[in-house]
Design a protein around this ligand. Structure first.
Ligand code: GCO
Length: 396
């Protein structure tokens, strides 16, 4: 089997504003981190100070051999109060985009990555339809300021996760377990994506636009059990299908996969005997990426090019990281060999960062960060993956 990826295959790494910038106090996550009894292990605080250190991080990304860097812009910085847009914040993100271009890599901009301004939540949040209009206005202003520099745009990062963990499980803000509001939030995210695509496509600039969707390899156990299969079907509809239906006609669909979930006759069951459970609580299962690429391609009828916009592992064992990514990339090669249009691979994450409610404990980065000094140190897995990117091949 070839180890070579197609010509033009994109190699990137990713971060998100709240997880790396620091000081993002004006959004719902900062409030959640400081709420009495919060499930967050620790607050984001200064994160890894990328608000100030972005140029050195982008230089590292480029020097390793990647050709694109995915980052998000923070709505609460750009629009700190309703209708009040910060030219200074927009200029900051123009400098981040310009830094990418100066270092010869493409800026991939995510317009919403989990965080929402406090004032938007105070006026209703994502279960309220008016939030969609506020999000569209923010995106129109942001793309107007940044569009000429953007290489690719991701509309909303993992709306399924924001809705499910925020409105069904209650571990993310707004911390609800209300299935009526959960459905409304899902519907509003679907509506927001559909309506923001033409706004971003209108430019300025001319770049691909798509959704980045959290996908999981749902497996019926036993495979032939009708109840287990029905459970898989329900999970796929709620977590994936209704969002993929909203992507028809888009330039790409971002597949973001980390592991699998086994579904028995009575619902989710735990890890399989002999499989390691990682710090994140899911199994070490890199084969999930191939399974999710195949499912996305099949479900969308091969009509939307796919891009892996997140895949990675939170681990302190860097050799395990390399093994995980090797297996994941072997699966990508198999998909491509079968004619599936996979345009690129983005490793999550460039840097060890704030892993939401888990705090800084899970280390997803190919670059280590000592947060007492904010010193960056490239891990061996980062050197290796950069060589893979430069070779455009799965080299040893
Ligand atoms: C997500 C988010 C990232 C996470 C990453 C590791 O998928 O939850 O996009 O912000 O940090 O996936 O869990």
């Amino acid at each position: 089997m070839t180890k070579n990826f197609p010509d033009g295959f994109r190699w990137g790494t990713a971060t998100a504003a709240h997880q790396v910038e620091g000081g993002n106090w004006n959004n719902d996550w900062w409030a959640w981190e400081h709420t009495e009894g919060s499930p967050c292990e620790e607050p984001s605080g200064d994160a890894v100070d990328q608000w100030h250190l972005y140029d050195q991080d982008i230089a590292l990304c480029a020097a390793l051999g990647f050709d694109n860097y995915r980052f998000s812009i923070e709505w609460s910085r750009i629009e700190p109060e309703p209708g009040l847009f910060s030219r200074a914040a927009l200029e900051h993100y123009r400098r981040v985009c310009a830094s990418c271009l100066t270092h010869g890599i493409e800026p991939v901009v995510t317009f919403h990555h989990f965080t929402t301004p406090r004032w938007v939540v105070a006026e209703g949040g994502w279960h309220t339809a008016s939030t969609v209009d506020r999000f569209l206005r923010f995106c129109e202003v942001a793309v107007g300021a940044l569009g000429d520099l953007i290489g690719r745009a991701c509309t909303i990062n993992e709306p399924n996760i924001v809705a499910t963990i925020g409105y069904h499980l209650g571990f993310f803000p707004p911390g609800l377990t209300d299935d009526t509001l959960y459905r409304q939030a899902n519907d509003n995210f679907v509506d927001a994506h559909r309506r923001v695509v033409p706004i971003l496509k209108a430019g300025p600039g001319d770049f691909p636009v798509g959704l980045t969707l959290s996908m999981t390899d749902y497996q019926a156990v036993p495979a032939a059990d009708a109840d287990a299969q029905a459970g898989v079907g329900r999970m796929r509809w709620v977590m994936e299908d209704q969002f993929m239906d909203a992507c028809a006609g888009d330039d790409f669909l971002g597949v973001q996969t980390y592991s699998r979930m086994r579904i028995g006759p009575k619902g989710p069951i735990g890890a399989e005997e002999g499989y390691e459970t990682l710090e994140m609580g899911y199994e070490y299962y890199p084969e999930s990426l191939e399974a999710c690429i195949r499912r996305a391609w099949e479900y969308t009828g091969g009509a939307i090019p796919l891009l892996v916009t997140e895949n990675g592992i939170g681990t302190n064992d860097d050799d395990q990281r390399r093994r995980y990514v090797t297996t994941a990339l072997e699966g990508v090669l198999d998909c491509i060999a079968d004619g599936i249009d996979v345009r690129g691979y983005t490793y999550w994450s460039l840097l060890d960062n704030f892993e939401w409610a888990f705090g800084y404990r899970p280390r997803f980065g190919i670059i280590d960060v000592d947060r007492s000094t904010q010193r960056r140190l490239v891990k061996p897995s980062g050197e290796w993956l950069g060589r893979v990117a430069r070779a455009n091949a799965l080299i040893g």
